[in-house]
Design a protein around this ligand. Structure first.
Ligand code: ADP
Length: 274
């Protein structure tokens, strides 16, 4: 009788372990299927520019392009090569983030000055699109990775320019101060131990078409696009916001989209201050 009595908790433990294994297997299978989807998406995204490049190069090679059209063709080849380069860079960044290959860094970073620098880098793209960018705010420090902070702000500002219209504007506002209990709760859920009096908030607003309510989570998924042609025309890879989300998680921050439909999008980034 005693033996049976001892066996019951043992069997229960085996049951628990089996359930745990099953769960882990399911998670592994899911991760594996996501990885497969991602690889097939990447190959698909690579094919289009490659086809354009080899098509035009072949015409030029066979002397089938009029001298006056040569420059135009070379330009088209160059644009597609740039698109491929952007995609490869984003894929590399994402896989580094996936493998947690970004060493944990706790360097003090002034978010405002990073935002200014990234806005500067995007100035000529913005000028081409007829969009103006402004950055406002006093210094606000977080601890983390400078490279990832740059990725985060560059991608958000780039999108705000890309999904805008000629004559439109982008405003980046950085502030630091007390946060609501709701915000603090979300930051704690992201793994932060925020000082209630000192949360850094970055708002990147544009004057584009905005993002419909039901798409505000989806836009962070890899290769999800609301408007494929606009994204590709302007050099989008479909990976920018996936990288942003990863970089935000790295910093134990939160990100969400606000803005009334049709009145532009506002990406709100919250990070625990240094
Ligand atoms: P992409 O390279 O296509 O810009 P992202 O991951 O950066 O890829 O963004 C995903 C999609 O989210 C975009 O294709 C676009 O449809 C939408 N999006 C991103 N930022 C904005 C914005 N500021 N305004 C409107 N739509 C946006």
């Amino acid at each position: 009788n005693d033996i049976y009595g001892e066996m019951v908790p043992l069997l229960q433990r085996i049951d628990d372990q089996q359930a745990q294994l099953k769960k882990q297997n399911k998670e592994l299978a899911e991760a594996e299927s996501m990885r497969r989807d991602f690889s097939s998406n990447v190959s698909h995204e690579m094919k289009t520019p490659l086809q354009v490049i080899s098509g035009y190069a072949e015409l030029m090679k066979n002397d089938m392009v009029l001298p006056e059209d040569r420059q135009k063709f070379a330009g088209l080849i160059y644009d597609e090569a740039q698109a491929m380069r952007g995609l490869i860079n984003d894929v590399l960044t994402l896989s580094k983030l996936d493998e947690s290959a970004f060493a944990r860094e706790e360097r003090p970073i002034d978010v405002t000055s990073v935002a200014r620098r990234m806005a500067g880098r995007l100035e000529s793209f913005a000028a081409d699109e007829g969009v103006s960018i402004s950055v406002k705010g006093a210094s606000a420090h977080i601890n983390g990775s400078e490279t990832l902070a740059e990725e985060m702000l560059y991608n958000l500002i780039e999108n705000a320019v890309r999904y805008n219209h000629a004559g439109g504007s982008v405003s980046v506002r950085v502030s630091q101060g007390a946060a609501s209990e709701e915000v603090l709760e979300a930051l704690r859920a992201a793994g932060a131990e925020p000082d209630p009096a000192s949360v850094v908030t970055v708002r990147v607003s544009d004057t584009g078409a905005g993002i419909p309510e039901e798409m505000r989570e989806k836009v962070f998924e890899r290769f999800f696009r609301l408007d494929k042609s606009r994204s590709k025309e302007t050099g989008g890879t479909g990976l920018g916001l996936a990288i942003v989300k990863h970089a935000v998680q790295y910093h134990h921050g939160t990100i969400c989209v606000e803005g009334a439909q049709g009145e532009g999008a506002t990406f709100v980034l919250r990070l625990p201050a240094a």
